[in-house]
Write a protein that binds this ligand. Structure first.
Ligand code: S3P
Length: 187
């Protein structure tokens, strides 16, 4: 964690969750936003609104690179925006522009899970285009090996999601933000 970087940040208060698909970014993000009284945005939903179709459909029709272009635009818009908690898509860290933009403006938190845990949560998933393969566990291991260093590079701190419940994870995030001086003092 880079406390100095966090404490020097002025407004807006942007809290960004990164991590693999199935790591709990949307669930933790939504509860965190309620706890902090901030709006919540899920970048995948914003992308789908912009596309007018599901991410899976768009991937099939236009391919991954076109999807990453739209994702980059949506993330850049969020990074310019107001106070919020943002859950990003698992591949948001693949482009350096995204890592730099999010880290410069937001407090970026990596929710880390092992490929095996992710597989347990996602083995029946039909919506994530990258996981519609014969061996999703092998795919998750491959994505994790590629992305874990990128999540660490983008994030100010990381949290292990293996055992804790969602409310505990939310508490852990809040505690880290408080320790870093990123949240206003409680009344
Ligand atoms: C992706 C993860 C998805 C979504 C898209 C691509 C990825 O988001 O952005 O299917 O590259 O890992 P989640 O992490 O919310 O599943």
């Amino acid at each position: 964690m880079h406390v100095a970087e966090l404490t020097q940040k002025a407004d807006p208060l942007l809290i960004v969750l990164v991590g693999m698909p199935g790591s709990g970014k949307s669930t933790v993000g939504r509860q965190l936003s309620r706890r902090l009284g901030l709006p919540f945005f899920d970048s995948d939903h914003l992308i789908e609104q912009r596309l007018g179709c599901s991410i899976r459909e768009f991937f099939e029709r236009a391919g991954e690179a076109a999807f990453r272009d739209v994702e980059e635009q949506v993330l850049a818009d969020l990074a310019r925006g107001a106070d919020a908690v943002v859950a990003t898509g698992g591949g948001a860290v693949l482009r350096e522009a995204n890592r730099t933009a999010l880290r410069a403006v937001g407090h970026v938190i990596y929710l880390r899970s092992t490929p095996e845990e992710l597989y347990r949560r996602l083995r029946h998933d039909t919506q994530r285009p990258l996981l519609q393969v014969a061996d999703p566990l092998a795919k998750l291991r491959e994505l994790y090996a590629q992305r874990d260093p990128l999540y660490r590079e983008a994030a100010h701190f990381h949290i292990e999601t293996g055992r804790p419940s969602v409310p505990t994870l939310v508490n852990m995030v809040v505690m880290q933000l408080e320790l870093a001086g990123a949240l206003p003092p409680r009344p």
